[in-house]
Design a protein around this ligand. Structure first.
Ligand code: F6P
Length: 538
């Protein structure tokens, strides 16, 4: 029998009809009609608390969304992911990031082998390496200890490490300096190495494929920077380590095979921050904190796999995202951490959400037929309040917001944290309920009825951070299941890479400039660049 398209499913049709009835209902009315709404529309998983009562949903909306999840086979797909099935269908591989945080002794089979012992073996090697750097036992080429650690990578091999480092800075070694280089713009590496002593600097080159243009270019430039100082190839072994699935590529670069930390093709780049890609984090915070973070990821994995649907945080967040996107016309989600340490979390989520679900065809290759991933963006509160919140409150677009906060302050006592939290609470109130309008002063009018979800945890720890990341990973997965897309491939990024390779050759200095055969705009831009580049050098 032909599989029903999403818009043909009974629950979808019921949601369309339901939206016509409740879509215009204001949150003011919903709260007025139900005194316990704010206590009922909440869920807890591990240490995270989700208040979704300020979304424009009723109990019936949630019941229909749950029915949609059942009709789309979400439960079965969750089991398929956890049991290592080849759910990344276009690349014919498993998406087994849950194995990265499985405790020793758990059995997860992929390709006929239990992968947990392999994961644990790499973790043990990471721990021993991290400890040697932290203790000073690891020496540079001229015998000095390492004080600077620079991660070179891009996409998942950068956004994960830098987000984790910033998020866990409170727990990190303050006498070690960490830098992150991703952009092929030479300014990135130049600024990251400015003033550093090569003899005290260690590069961690992170690339799943070890083929990515930006990372290999930066790694070569860093190598040249190091060798300009040492003038001895042997220095590479003491100042470069790598994290990759491509051991041969790394060895060709000259990195000692003993200093390659591996992972597996069943770990997607944007799902890799808790693999060896997190090596810089382990050096920063130590093995114990890193393992606590993995335990946090695992706690959310367990919650996702076993908690009943009505209380399942990733499932609820995914269903709300589908409702907001497909039934309320929300096109973007602002991620607003009221925790400055999470300042890179929105950037990290951009890759996780948009590279995963920014897709237009189903797994079978048919048009999805409805909107998929909204645009994710954000800044920490309260900074954003003085920049783009105006649009959230009074703009013509409906933006859904995720507000994230921790109840306990990490840094010295005082009432500053209360101010931060008061601002978060005020914003969720203002966005939901707006202000009473004065027809004489419409410019003051805040209509409210803007959907927000609030995520609270007791304290920002490695453990709660792991839970938070896994919450979003699994929410993204469920959204992909509902839209019936492959959340684990990224074919859309390939075209630009191929075209760039061709243009790189055309920009190289030639005696006679090559004939250009692009469109008139690209040809013209290339000519102008060539011209002005030469003028600047003259
Ligand atoms: O171009 C997209 C991408 O493939 C991401 O999915 C990935 O995280 C990034 O590039 C980096 O890839 P690699 O780790 O193989 O260098």
């Amino acid at each position: 029998m032909r599989q029903l398209r999403l818009i043909e499913r009974p629950a979808w049709k019921a949601l369309v009809a339901h939206q016509r009835r409740v879509g215009r209902c204001h949150l003011r009315e919903m709260f007025a009609a139900d005194a316990l709404r704010g206590e009922r529309m909440v869920a807890e998983g591990a240490d995270l608390y989700l208040d979704y009562s300020k979304n424009r949903v009723t109990d019936e909306t949630m019941a229909l969304l749950q029915q949609l999840a059942r009709e789309c086979g979400v439960a079965g797909r969750i089991e398929a992911m956890f049991s290592g099935e080849s759910i990344n269908s276009t690349e014919q591989r498993a998406a087994l990031h849950v194995a990265l945080r499985a405790p020793p002794g758990e059995r997860i089979v992929s390709g006929g082998a239990d992968v947990v012992p392999q994961v644990q073996a790499v973790l043990a090697r990471m721990a021993s390496f991290a400890e040697s750097v932290r203790s000073g036992a690891w020496r540079g080429h001229d015998g000095r200890t390492i004080r600077n650690i620079i991660n070179i990578g891009i996409g998942g091999s950068d956004l994960g490490p830098v987000m984790l480092y910033e998020a866990l800075r409170h727990y990190s070694r303050r006498d070690l300096h960490f830098g992150f280089v991703s952009n092929v713009d030479p300014a990135d590496l130049a600024e990251a190495t400015r003033g550093l002593d090569p003899g005290e600097t260690l590069f961690i080159v992170c690339s799943k494929t070890f083929k990515t243009l930006e990372t290999l270019t930066n790694a070569q430039a860093a190598r040249a920077w190091c060798l300009a100082h040492f003038r001895d190839e042997a220095a590479v072994k003491r100042h470069f380590v790598a994290v990759s699935t491509n051991a041969q590529g790394v060895a060709r670069f000259g990195i000692d095979p003993a200093n390659i930390f591996g992972f597996w093709d069943w770990v997607g780049g944007r799902y890799s921050t808790d693999s060896a890609i997190g090596l810089s984090t382990m050096v920063a915070v130590g093995e114990e904190h890193f393992r606590a973070m993995l335990a946090g990821f695992h706690a959310m994995d367990q919650h996702f796999r076993h908690a009943p649907a009505q209380h399942n945080l990733p499932l609820l967040m995914a269903l709300l995202a589908v409702w907001n996107t497909n039934f309320l016309g929300v096109e973007s989600v602002a991620v607003l951490p009221y925790a400055h340490y999470l300042k890179r979390f929105p950037a990290y989520l951009q890759q996780l959400t948009m590279e995963s679900n920014g897709k237009h065809v189903t797994r079978a290759g048919a048009p999805v037929g409805v909107a998929t991933a909204p645009i994710y963006w954000g800044e920490p509160g309260t900074n954003g309040q003085h920049s783009f919140y105006q649009l959230l409150h009074q703009g013509t677009r409906l933006v859904a917001c995720d507000l994230i906060a921790f109840c306990q302050q990490l840094d010295p006592p005082g009432d500053q944290h209360d101010m931060l939290m008061a601002n978060l609470l005020a914003q969720t109130e203002a966005l939901a309920f707006g202000s009473v309008s004065d027809p004489q002063q419409p410019w003051r009018d805040c209509a409210g009825n803007r959907p927000t979800s609030t995520i609270l945890a007791p304290r920002l720890t490695p453990h709660t951070l792991g839970q938070l990341i896994a919450l979003y990973e699994h929410s993204v997965f469920v959204q992909g299941v509902i839209w019936d897309i492959d959340s684990f491939d990224q074919w859309g990024v390939e075209l630009g890479k191929v075209l760039a390779q061709r243009i790189i050759a055309e920009l190289a200095p030639h005696e006679a400039a090559p004939v250009l055969s692009h469109d008139s705009s690209t040809n013209n831009l290339i000519r102008r660049y060539r011209e002005q580049r030469t003028q600047r050098q003259a």
